[in-house]
Design a protein around this ligand. Sequence first.
Ligand code: GLY
Length: 378
Amino acid sequence: IIKCHLNILSKTMSDQIQKENENIDSALELGIIKCLHDSKRLSEFPHVTKNGEWLTSEHGRWTAGFFVGMIWMSGMVKDDANIYQTAESWAKRLESRSFDCSTHDMGFLFEPSMVRGFNITGNKYFRDNAVQAAKSLASRFHRKGLYIPAWSPEEDLSYLGLAIVDTIMNLPILIWAGRMAGDQDLCKIGNLCAETIQAQHIRPNGSTYHTVDHDDETGAISSKGTHQGADNESCWTRGQAWALHGFAKISIMTGSKEFLTTALQLADYFLNRLGNNILPPWDFDRSGEGQPRDSAAAAIAASGLLELSKVSGDITYADQGRRIVLGLIDSCVDFEHPDRPGLLMHGTVDYPRRSGVDESIMYGDHYFMEALIKLRYP
Ligand code: GLY
């Protein structure tokens, strides 16, 4: 009788997993269809939806790499040379941005587009562009303060000396490029900036400050706070997601136990605040009724948790990553309207400025697709 019960249980579990995998495959297929459709119909890079259509830009803002990265991923899933050609032609539009020294966003722009392109094709064009992008990023390094300022003071004077936690996601390209080009300085800058973020942005309870402002002369900390979060002592949810994902990646690249410990601490904070929910509020300290949610933070965290599980060997993080992805498929994917631009609904760009609230966002779509692929093509 016991054996019979065990057989039934095991069959029920495998039916459940099969059903979940079918849901993942359906979401991935929809993402590929949408992305390829956009790659043909759009003339500029998509950024965030508004009134049911993508807002686009020729320059690519800081999100162009995610669109190119999604086309590359679509090509990988479909094993299709024509899709790779499409990805290549979009990636080439970013070439001039590799000399952009005005932003920290070079990893966001060039890792999904050029590093991924190089990994897939072996074409040195992509490698050289990504290495150039890393050099432009490194040119921003503050050698006294050991941080990379996020934005340009030419845009806003208050950006002078301002570091943000998101930068952790832009550091792996420095280490990658340093190894590719045999440039130890790039690797060193990547490591030092990660140590600075670890020391300055993370609170003892594992939550994060979005911003740390520095005296540009001395590099010393002048204040800590937020740009996109609710208040200076709150935890902006996407910042926490970037941090956990970024430290997971950088611990894999460097083999650093300290970065891994930090990634685990950040992930535990994220998961504790998320509880049994799927869609986190835009700021963990603004979780009440009517507060906008941020599906992009959930997708970024889920993809990072799948990495963290591999590097830590702790299956709990993979289970949580899978739980979040399955929940996002249920709550944020509109299978009824395949023509609707955007894959993942209910993201929030910047609630304090009421910008991009309850929309699809390129980075939400990108990390969601990445997580779907990690689950089905481990
Ligand atoms: N600054 C990057 C973001 O909005 O997540």
